[in-house]
Design a protein around this ligand. Structure first.
Ligand code: ATP
Ligand code: MG
Length: 397
């Protein structure tokens, strides 16, 4: 019986292989998610066909992963990664296999995969291939390495981060021997590329169990990125909506609160926009009391979306009432940024302002309308300028 409704374009790929005498199966995450009753977000196929044979059957396939036997077949609007059954040699750098070779046997292909729940394959007719007991582990809510966990983590240190990430996404426990091996092999994660670590950390952060970042840290998997013996309120992450910017800001706030210098923003090569928003959010926390002016300045500096996100995070993590205050400002449409100011640089030039005086006067006007939103119309502002002895900003309170 089928537990997974396979989209027609995907089963068409499996059937094409079979018609030509090649074994082919769905494999990995889509089988796992299907068994859990979830709709898979991507589809992976493994096959006995060699890459060049796959390309003969699907001439339009994209060949970006060809070196490792993977081609991408587009079918009915769905991209399917098709990988030839393969086995792997030693991993002398703890990151990549020194060599891969193609095999004709499905079990050998499943044996190279990381966890039992990710090492199952399903044929088009619905037959499950599960040589490592993945289905049992799935029912038990257990993540277990395929084969000897210590060897598997020595091969590829990323698997240790993946273990905690899947445990956070699926709500699974990590099996005892697998966990012991993670603690033992944790220092090997230092050899990993920052981007790969960041992606696993971010998936954990956005999961339903973001507090497991505490487990990741406690197991020593983040030692290059987060200070060692600090006490972080990891559970507070759960109070923040699973939205990317907000969760990163919350992580930064909680780490800063615990005394971490936030070197992870750079060491994980987080994009500049997110990293800056995190720093701004931490800086905002130390402004007390935070008034409407604080928030208008934040909106002017980073835009409404980032300021609203920071307010939401501060409200969730610190229990402050900032979110309502920011939403009121935005709903009223108060002028917060130069873009919203009723007078432009060009207007000032027409009034005879030149050079740096233009920017200085605009700033002074903006500060004024932050306090007096009702004055944000052109006539009133020009009148103020006439009266106020600008450019020294004399009309500012
Ligand atoms: P998701 O896509 O939901 O994050 P997934 O299980 O599909 O989960 P992918 O990274 O897309 O994960 O990998 C597809 C499959 O490839 C996995 O299910 C697993 O069988 C195998 N795999 C991926 N990365 C590794 C790895 N580092 N070591 C061993 N096997 C891996
Ligand atoms: Mg996947």
């Amino acid at each position: 019986m089928h537990f997974l409704s396979i989209p027609t374009p995907v089963s068409a790929i499996l059937e094409t292989f079979q018609r030509h005498g090649f074994a082919a199966y769905l494999v990995g995450g889509c089988v796992r998610d299907g068994l859990l009753g979830k709709m898979p977000h991507d589809w992976d196929v493994c096959t006995a066909a060699l890459p060049e044979q796959t390309l003969l059957l699907f001439p339009d396939a994209i060949t970006t992963g060809l070196r490792h036997g993977t081609v991408t077949v587009r079918s009915g609007g769905i991209s399917v990664e098709v990988t030839t059954f393969r086995s792997e040699g030693a991993y002398s750098d703890h990151r990549h296999p020194d060599s891969v070779w193609f095999v004709s046997d499905l079990t050998a292909d499943l044996a190279r995969r990381d966890f039992t729940v990710n090492a199952m394959a399903l044929s088009a007719s619905g037959v499950l291939q599960d040589p490592f007991g993945g289905r049992g582990d799935l029912s038990a809510g257990m993540l277990r390495a395929v084969g000897d966990p210590e060897r598997r983590f020595q091969e590829d240190a990323l698997r240790m981060l993946r273990a905690v990430r899947f445990s956070a996404q699926l709500g699974f426990r990590i099996e005892q021997e697998t966990e012991t091996a993670i603690r033992m092999c944790a220092p090997l994660t230092e050899a990993l590329a920052a981007e790969r670590v960041r992606d696993e950390l971010e998936k954990t952060l956005l999961s339903t169990n973001p507090q497991l970042l505490g487990t990741m840290h406690g197991m020593g998997l983040l030692r290059q990125h987060i200070s060692g013996a600090i006490s972080v309120r990891w559970d507070a992450l759960c109070a923040v909506p699973p939205e990317r910017l907000q969760r990163w800001m919350a992580l930064a706030l909680l780490l800063a609160e615990a005394g971490d210098p936030l070197s992870l923003l750079a060491s994980l090569r987080l994009d500049n926009k997110t990293a800056q928003a995190c720093r701004d959010c931490v800086a905002l926390r130390s402004i007390q009391p935070r008034t409407e002016l604080t928030w208008k300045a934040a909106i002017a500096r980073r835009g409404a979306a980032a300021a609203e996100a920071a307010a939401a995070v501060l409200s969730a993590v610190d229990g402050s009432a900032d979110l309502g205050a920011v939403q009121q400002i935005l709903q009223r449409g108060d002028c917060c940024s130069l873009r919203q100011l009723a007078v432009s640089g060009r207007d000032l030039q027409q009034l005879g302002f030149q050079g740096a005086d233009v920017g200085r006067t605009l700033d002074a006007l903006l500060h004024h309308v932050w306090r007096h939103p009702e004055d944000n119309d052109k006539a009133t502002l020009i009148h103020l300028i006439d009266q106020g002895g600008v450019p020294d900003g004399g009309f500012l309170e």
